[in-house]
Structures are given as structure tokens and as C-alpha cells.
Write a protein that binds this ligand. Structure first.
Ligand SMILES: [Zn+2]
Length: 83
């Protein structure tokens, strides 16, 4: 039997960050080699590679500093949305 693997995001969740354009909650997506933050309504997304996510890895607590990552993604998103 063939096993068909469907590519799908491994993590998707709504953040409490608001789109500066429409006010919707932004969506965080982890998929393949990238993570995305974007607005479903505006269809605007920014992404960074998981390689870049590594600098948010905290070796002491051995976990990703998601809040810092999200804040930086949000900064990039605002630049893209308003620029
Ligand atoms: Zn929006």
C-alpha cells in the first residue's frame, strides 16, 4: 500500500497580535523549513526560515523564545503591511 504524505502546516495558531491594516488577529504558521506570520483577511504573510529561528533558541531553558520571535516577526509584518 502506498503511503501518501500530505504536506500541511505542522503548527497553526491565532496570535493575539493585530493586523495594523484591518485589526484581525494574525496567524502563526510553522510549515516545512519556514515559519510564517500573517493576516488571513489581507492575505499578507511574512516568513523566516527555521535556520533564522535558531537564534531564538535559549540554551539555558532549552526552548525557543517564542515571544521574542513573534515580536520580531510582528515588526517585519508591520513594515510590510504599512510600507
Ligand atoms: Zn489584515
Amino acid at each position: 500500500m502506498a503511503i501518501v504524505e500530505v504536506a500541511k502546516p505542522s503548527v497553526v495558531f491565532k496570535t493575539d497580535l493585530k493586523c495594523p491594516k484591518c485589526g484581525s488577529d494574525l496567524t502563526f504558521i510553522e510549515e516545512g523549513d519556514n515559519v510564517w506570520l500573517g493576516c488571513d483577511r489581507c492575505a499578507l504573510y511574512i516568513k523566516i526560515s527555521k535556520r533564522d529561528v535558531r537564534r531564538y533558541w535559549n540554551y539555558v531553558s532549552r526552548r525557543v523564545l517564542w515571544r521574542d520571535l513573534l515580536q520580531d516577526l510582528y515588526g517585519l509584518f508591520k513594515d510590510a503591511a504599512l510600507g
